[in-house]
Write a protein that binds this ligand. Structure first.
Ligand SMILES: O=P(O)(O)OC[C@H]1O[C@@H](O)[C@H](O)[C@@H](O)[C@@H]1O
Length: 239
């Protein structure tokens, strides 16, 4: 049991994919499908070895869509002109939306327990996600009414805020909730997101280990690491 004294804080900022819903897996599969199809047919400079999960965690995870495409291609020495970046990103987005429409979304039960607990406390909550699909995923999971604000990839673009690993989207969400980094908690599963929380000076950055590894999250700046958000619910509530 990892104890967090929730009443010490003014706001809680949740990443979505991989923290509230298991959709990081869906993103991962869609990226792998798209990049491997591209690498197979690509015939130009750079390394075309198959794309795997280590590429995802190192270059794509948690970042805005086109930043992920660009950073992966660049890591392989493959030129990344904007039209190619957009084409590949959109191909991946179609694959993601196909799965969402076909399978729906069920939130992690432990995450719902924590959301229930924080609702009982009257804690202001936000989702801060790089994904343009965040509102659709929240609606599909039946959780849209749990959050006072959703800072999605679309909101960041509209406001001109740089995406994770920059801290700006988290700082904006804290401000919307009437809080500051000194009084807000960030929950993140991606290295880029943990880095964003740490760079923003958030007083508590909870790393959620869904496969990246506790040591990697700690190194990126996580204050504590859990594997399930139920670990953050006081025992009486979790029983
Ligand atoms: O392409 P979208 O849905 O706007 O999302 C971009 C990113 O959104 C993040 O939430 C995911 O963790 C990433 O893996 C994903 O690539």
């Amino acid at each position: 049991m990892t104890r967090v004294q929730w009443s010490d804080y003014d706001a809680v900022l949740f990443d979505l994919d991989g923290v509230v819903t298991p959709t990081a897996e869906v993103h991962m599969r869609a990226w792998a499908e798209m990049f491997n199809a591209f690498l197979k047919e690509y015939d130009g400079p750079g390394d075309t070895a198959p794309y795997d999960d280590s590429d995802y965690f190192a270059h794509v995870d948690g970042k805005p869509r086109y930043d992920g495409v660009r950073d992966f291609l660049t890591s392989r020495g493959i030129p990344a002109p904007q039209d190619l970046v957009v084409e590949l990103g959109d191909r991946k987005n179609d694959a993601f939306n196909d799965v969402l429409a076909r399978d729906g979304v069920t939130a992690y039960p432990g995450s719902v327990l924590l959301l229930d607990h924080l609702r009982d406390l009257g804690m202001p909550l936000a989702v801060v996600s790089s994904s343009v699909n965040a509102p659709a995923v929240l609606a599909a999971a039946g959780l849209a009414d749990r959050f006072k604000t959703v800072v999605s990839g679309a909101v960041a673009t509209e406001l001109g805020l740089p995406g994770k690993p920059a801290p700006d989207t988290f700082l904006h969400a804290a401000e919307v909730l009437g809080a500051t980094a000194a009084t807000s908690v960030v929950l993140e599963d991606a290295v880029s997101g943990v880095r964003a929380g740490a760079a923003g000076g958030f007083v508590l950055v909870v790393g959620v280990d869904r496969g990246v590894g506790a040591a990697t999250l700690t190194e990126a700046g996580a204050t504590i690491v859990v594997t399930d958000l139920a670990e953050l619910v006081p025992t009486g509530d979790a029983a």
